[in-house]
Design a protein around this ligand. Structure first.
Ligand SMILES: Cc1ncc(COP(=O)(O)O)c(C=O)c1O
Length: 438
C-alpha cells in the first residue's frame, strides 16, 4: 500500500483540534469547508522548499509511481515548475553548452517570463507551414539541423507536448537527437500527467526527456494548482539537489497544504484503480472521437484524453453550451474538449447529442508569421512600455506577453516587431490592445 504522509498528518492535526496560534487566519474554522486541513509549516508539516519529512516522503512515492529519478511538488501549477526548470537548465548546463535555449515557438507564457527574468537567450523554432500557431511539431531532422547550425550546444531544447490542441511531439526521437548533440530535452507536459498510466505509457519521462513538468490538476483528480516537476536519471545529482531551491526562487513562501494533500492523495489513487479508470476513459474518448469523425466532424490528432475539432470554435462552443456542455477552449479555428475518468458515459452521449450532425465548414488555418527580434526578452519585458490599440501596433516592438489565457501562447514575443500578419492574427483572436516599447 502506498503511504499518504501529508494527508495522514493534516487529517490527524485537524482531528486533534489544537488551539491554532499560527497562520492561516481561519484557524481551521470552516467557512468554505476545507479549512481544518489547510495548514502552514507547523512542527511535523515539513517545508516544501526544504523537504525532509512528510513532503519528502510523499514526493518519493510520486517519483516511484512515475518512474523518475526525482519528482517535486508545486502548489502553483506548472507555471512555477516552468520557471524553476529554466533556472535549473541554465545553472546546470551540460559541459560546454551555452546559455541559449532552443525552443519550439508555441511556449506557454510562463516560459517567456522565466527566460526574461533569468536573461536566457532563446532561439525560436517555428512550426511547419500549415500548422496552427498553437502547435509547433518538430521533426528530429529539423531539430538536428538547427542544433548543427549552432557553434556550441544550447543549454536545452524546450518543447511543449501535448500542446493546448493536444498535438504530441516525437519525444523519444527528439531526446535521441538532443543527447547525441550534447544537450538536454525539457518538456512542458502540463497537459499530460496521465500519460504514464496508460497501457502504452507516453509520458515524456518514459520517452527519454531529461526534465518535465505536469499540471497534475489538468488531467488527474488534483486541486487546481497541484503540479509535478520530474527529473530523469540522466540529470546530475547536483541538479536534482537544486530543484527545491529553484522552486523557492519563484514560489510563494506559503504553499497550500490543501493542494499538497491533494497531490499526496492522488498517489494512493494512482497506486490503485485510477490507471484502470484512465484506460477506460481513453477507450471511451476514442469511441466518441470515432463517432464524431463518422458524422463528418474534423477531429484533429491529439493526446488520448482530448478531443480537438478544427471548426468555427465560438459557434460550436455556443451550440454545446446551449445543451449544457462546456468546452475547455474555443477560438476561430478550434474547439477543445478535455476528458477525464470523471466524465461519465452519459457525459459522452450528451456531448455527441449536443454536437449534432450539422457540421460547419472547417476554417483554413492562418499562416504563422515569423518575427524579427530587436531587443532581448529581458530588455523588452522588463523595460518601459505603453499600451496601444492593436491597429496602431504595426512596426512597434512588443513589450509584453500578449497572449489570451487560455491558451497563453504568445504569437509575438517581447522584443519582436509587430507585422501586419501578427496584427491580423491578434484581431482573429480578439485582442484589442498590446504593450509596446515607447
Ligand atoms: C502548455 C502549458 N504550459 C504551462 C501551463 C501552466 O500551467 P498551470 O496552469 O498549471 O500553471 C499551461 C496552462 O494552461 C499550459 O497550457
Amino acid at each position: 500500500m502506498v503511504s499518504t504522509p501529508i494527508y495522514d498528518f493534516v487529517s490527524s492535526y485537524a482531528r486533534s483540534s489544537p488551539s491554532r496560534f499560527h497562520v492561516p487566519g481561519h484557524k481551521g474554522t470552516p467557512l468554505l469547508g476545507p479549512e481544518p486541513l489547510d495548514l502552514t509549516e507547523v512542527t511535523g508539516a515539513d517545508d516544501l522548499y526544504a523537504p525532509e519529512g512528510i513532503i519528502a516522503e510523499s514526493q518519493r512515492v510520486a517519483a516511484s509511481l512515475f518512474g523518475t529519478a526525482a519528482t517535486f511538488y508545486s502548489a502553483e501549477g506548472s507555471s512555477l515548475c516552468v520557471r524553476a526548470m529554466v533556472r535549473l537548465l541554465l545553472d546546470h548546463r551540460p559541459c560546454g553548452a551555452s546559455r541559449t535555449i532552443l525552443a519550439a515557438r508555441n511556449v506557454h507564457r510562463s516560459f517567456v517570463s522565466a527566460a526574461a527574468l533569468l536573461d536566457a537567450e532563446v532561439t525560436w523554432l517555428y512550426p511547419a507551414v500549415g500548422d496552427s500557431a498553437l502547435s509547433c511539431l518538430l521533426s528530429p531532422d529539423a531539430l538536428d539541423r538547427a542544433l548543427s547550425d549552432l557553434s556550441t550546444p544550447p543549454a536545452a531544447v524546450w518543447v511543449t507536448s501535448p500542446d493546448y490542441l493536444g498535438a504530441m511531439q516525437d519525444v523519444s526521437a527528439l531526446a535521441e537527437v538532443c543527447h547525441r548533440r550534447g544537450t538536454r530535452l525539457a518538456v512542458d507536459n502540463a497537459h499530460g500527467a496521465y500519460l504514464h498510466f496508460l497501457t502504452d505509457p507516453r509520458h515524456p519521462m518514459d520517452l527519454g526527456a531529461d526534465i518535465c513538468c505536469d499540471s497534475a490538476h489538468k488531467t488527474l483528480p488534483v486541486l487546481t494548482g497541484g503540479a509535478y516537476l520530474h527529473l530523469s536519471r540522466r540529470c546530475p545529482a547536483d541538479m536534482i539537489g537544486d530543484v527545491s531551491s529553484a522552486l523557492s526562487l519563484f514560489g510563494s513562501s506559503s504553499p497550500s497544504y490543501l493542494i499538497l494533500t491533494s497531490l499526496d492523495l492522488v498517489n494512493a489513487a494512482l497506486a490503485s484503480d485510477l490507471p484502470e479508470q484512465l484506460r477506460q476513459a481513453r477507450d471511451r474518448t476514442e469511441g466518441t472521437k470515432a463517432s464524431m469523425a463518422q458524422e463528418g466532424w474534423p477531429v484533429c490528432p491529439s493526446d488520448p484524453l482530448r478531443i480537438t475539432l478544427q471548426t468555427d470554435g465560438p459557434a460550436v462552443a455556443r451550440r454545446l453550451r446551449d445543451s449544457g456542455v462546456v468546452s475547455e477552449y474555443a477560438d476561430p479555428d478550434h474547439v477543445v474538449l478535455m476528458v477525464s475518468p470523471a466524465n461519465s458515459p452519459e457525459d459522452h452521449s450528451t456531448l455527441l447529442n449536443a454536437l449534432g450532425r450539422d457540421v460547419p465548414p472547417a476554417p483554413p488555418l492562418p499562416p504563422v508569421p515569423r518575427a524579427t527580434s530587436v531587443l532581448t526578452l529581458r530588455e523588452a519585458l522588463l523595460g518601459p512600455r505603453k499600451t496601444v490599440r492593436i491597429d496602431d501596433a504595426v512596426g512597434c516592438i512588443c513589450a509584453g506577453i500578449s497572449a489570451a489565457c487560455p491558451p497563453a501562447v504568445p504569437p509575438v514575443m517581447p522584443g519582436e516587431r509587430f507585422s501586419e500578419e501578427h496584427i491580423s492574427l491578434f484581431r482573429r483572436f480578439g485582442t484589442e490592445t498590446v504593450s509596446v516599447v515607447p
